[in-house]
Design a protein around this ligand. Structure first.
Ligand code: UDP
Length: 367
């Protein structure tokens, strides 16, 4: 193979954006993707039995504040505005999440205005906690034990498979607490879903005469010198044959059910109680409200520790992981030909828009 070809490992958003950008600058790119489809964990497909568009690896709502990222994805297909309104089932009833004014009023049986609710919740927080050192302290400091136990403790323990105090505070900081009735899951400016699904968006990104996509093929690190450069978006520990140990991830599995009519009347319902074995139920047809379907398909989501054969989803980033990560980051420094990108390549809990933004930034000055 000629040395002027660029290899991209992985056809998720990171790899596909990099491939497209380089191809548009006249470079030849080969994309290696071990799965049988592109788009990574954002993959969407038509359910064979019901014809409903499903997010095979869990619900992904595109949302961003970055204008360049928004403009970029819109080049590859139509995005339809969509507000994700998550419902959370707790031992005290079902509420809107993130915690907002309506949630607070219903949960405590009150009728606060925003200012009163803010004062009330501040009073619930544990003011003896300084800078929160972990997820649990972040919750106790800002919302207090009652809300923490109802909405976060059980869900988080099931989802991450550890005590919330072992997790970084940054995991909880993903969710806002609002003192308005706004019940969208996200605060971002653009929130939308691709009309034809994510896989179609990524397929169009990769549809370029300068790009060759090899599905069902792993990139082999020992071939790196066959290429001018490598953009690697697979797991960083796998690249180095796990020589500093495995980084831990959670994986999720979905149990599919089908029914006539509707099941839960909403795209995502979370189950926060520890005794319920699944974390959430996704009902796919509520992710394409512009389509009509007489039946429904829904998925119970269960979380597990990632074994060698499982797909990694969520980087756990526990203390031992961070030590191992530091070793891998040292090895990365010596890989002058390889750029590591994306959730797996950098072992960070990144959203789709962050991944796309970083991919665009990483090739900005690449000639
Ligand atoms: N979380 C929770 N209860 C919920 C929803 C979220 O405890 O009902 C916690 C959980 O630890 C989760 C984190 O908040 O990992 C961040 O939630 P997010 O919705 O961002 O997770 P994702 O959609 O990426 O799985």
């Amino acid at each position: 193979m000629s040395g002027s070809i660029i290899a991209v490992a992985g056809a998720g958003f990171s790899g596909s954006v990099v491939a497209r950008e380089l191809a548009e600058r006249g470079r030849r790119v080969v994309v290696f993707e071990p799965r049988a489809h592109v788009a990574g964990n954002c993959h969407t497909e038509r359910d064979a039995s019901t014809g409903i568009q499903v997010h095979r690896y869990g619900t992904h709502i595109f949302n961003t504040d970055r204008q360049d990222v928004w403009d970029y994805v819109n080049r590859f297909g139509k995005f339809i505005p969509f507000t994700n309104r998550v419902r959370a089932v707790t031992g005290r009833g079902t509420f809107g999440l993130p915690i907002n004014l309506t949630t607070i009023n219903r949960f405590f049986g009150r009728n606060f205005n925003p200012q009163q609710a803010r004062q009330f919740v501040a009073g619930l927080g544990d003011s003896s906690i300084g800078e929160p050192a972990n997820f649990e302290e972040q919750a106790l400091k800002f919302i207090g034990r009652e809300l923490y136990e109802a909405f976060f403790y059980g869900y988080t323990k099931k989802h991450w498979g550890c005590e919330p105090r072992e997790l970084p505070a940054s995991v909880l900081k993903r969710l806002p607490v609002r003192f308005t009735a706004e019940d969208s899951y996200y605060d971002t400016r653009y929130q939308a879903l691709p009309q034809d699904g994510y896989t179609e968006i990524v397929r169009r990104m990769l549809d370029h005469p300068q790009i060759e996509v090899r599905l069902g093929e792993w990139f082999r690190p020992e071939t790196k010198n066959d290429f001018e450069r490598v953009f690697y978006t697979g797991p960083v520990d796998a690249y180095f044959a796990y020589k500093a140990g495995r980084l831990s991830y959670r994986t999720v599995r979905f149990e599919r059910e089908e029914a006539p009519g509707d099941y839960q009347g909403n795209a995502v319902v979370n189950y926060c109680q520890p005794e319920i074995p699944y974390t959430r139920i996704h009902e796919s047809k509520y992710l394409t409200p512009w389509e009509k379907h007489d039946c429904t398909v829904y998925f119970h989501e269960y979380s597990f520790e990632t074994g060698p054969q499982d797909l990694p989803y969520y980087p756990k980033r526990l203390a031992t992981d961070l030590e191992r990560l530091a070793c891998y980051q040292e090895y990365v420094k010596h890989e002058s030909k390889v750029t590591f990108l994306g959730r797996l390549g950098t072992y960070r809990y990144l959203n789709m828009d962050q991944v796309i933004g970083e991919a665009l930034d990483s090739v900005k000055n690449y000639r």
